[in-house]
Design a protein around this ligand. Structure first.
Ligand SMILES: NC(=O)c1ccc[n+]([C@@H]2O[C@H](COP(=O)([O-])OP(=O)(O)OC[C@H]3O[C@@H](n4cnc5c(N)ncnc54)[C@H](O)[C@@H]3O)[C@@H](O)[C@H]2O)c1
Length: 285
């Protein structure tokens, strides 16, 4: 099956990045969100990100314009998805919201369309069960920031067919990404490892062990990582990390995945990191 048109549902932190790499790879890319404001903000962020590639000489202005020209924003799911060969859902980490979207997509999309989710933790089988095509449902777990991170976890659920897996692998490789195939288990591989580290960092913050800046600095310098845990928490979104930890905890009962209180409180007041301009750091200035 040749993939020409893709549709991304959700233009948040991850949706924007996925839209960008699909458009850059030459796909007609529609993007669906719930309001024009969100779509315009998303498009603005994508242009900002593409401009950085132009400034660094990794993309020409013409290539940037062509990429932007391939992006079709809409608030109408039917309009966005009705001709798509491959759909990637990237909305909030809530299974009821995602299941509803999969049910709608199943009704709207042609029978050959593959329905993928960027979920961090929600079982792909559960999303597949909201459709009449579970064999065409798969997980494509991109990493943040999508345009820079090369790895994508591919989650093959019990019912996902080999054909769907192979088409999906080819498609993700065509975006310049590398893949690892993972079983449909809570948190997959990346979200069994990274959130534990971030939860522990938040525990150290509660213990007032050192300043946020110093904890980030010592991790960056000691492990040669590009950012420390608090910078990463703000980049990923504190709400997303809490959701991921809770999802693995609920599914497994393992105490070590219980989010520490400070993360839950920050989520409750909306201090979720860069996307709200406030997290462990202040981004308003
Ligand atoms: N943030 C990360 O670092 C990261 C990394 C890997 C995977 N993920 C996963 O990617 C998914 C998206 O996360 P995010 O951080 O981009 O979230 P986000 O909160 O930044 O964006 C979610 C977007 O979905 C939109 N949305 C909600 N309901 C919708 C609907 N019914 N139709 C259309 N759009 C709708 C929202 O308006 C919002 O723009 C989640 O499943 C998350 O677990 C996140």
């Amino acid at each position: 099956m040749e993939i020409k048109r893709v549709c991304i549902v959700g233009t948040g932190v991850m949706g924007n990045g996925i839209v960008q790499v699909c458009a850059q790879a030459g796909y007609d890319t529609s993007v669906v969100d719930v309001s024009d404001d969100l779509l315009q903000r998303g498009l603005g962020n994508i242009k900002k990100s593409l401009s950085k590639f132009v400034e660094k000489g990794k993309l020409t202005q013409e290539q940037m314009n062509e990429s932007v020209g391939r992006i079709k924003p809409t608030t109408n799911m039917k309009e966005g998805a009705k001709e798509a060969d491959f759909v990637i859902e990237a909305v909030f980490e809530r299974d009821d919201v995602k299941r509803d979207i999969f049910r709608q997509l199943d009704e709207i999309c042609p029978s050959h369309t593959i329905l993928a989710s960027n979920t961090s933790t929600i079982p792909i089988s559960l999303l597949g069960s909201a459709t009449k095509r579970p064999e065409k449902v798969i997980g494509t777990h991109f990493m943040n920031p999508v345009p820079l991170m090369r790895g994508v976890e591919i989650i093959k659920a019990l019912a996902t067919s080999e054909e769907t897996l192979n088409i999906s692998l080819d498609f993700i490789h065509s975006l310049g990404k590398e893949t690892a195939v993972v079983k449909d288990s809570p948190g997959f591989v990346t979200n069994r490892i990274m959130p534990l580290f971030l939860n522990e960092a938040a525990k150290l913050y509660e213990e007032n062990l050192a300043t946020v800046e110093d904890m980030d600095k010592i991790v960056r310098l000691s492990f040669n990582w590009p950012m420390g845990p608090f910078q990463l928490l703000d980049l990923i979104g504190i709400d997303t990390i809490v959701d991921v930890l809770e999802a693995v905890y609920i599914e497994t009962g393992w105490e070590r995945y219980k989010p520490v209180p400070v993360l839950k409180r920050m989520k409750e007041v909306g201090w979720t990191g860069r996307k709200t301009s406030k997290g462990f750091y202040d981004y308003t200035r």
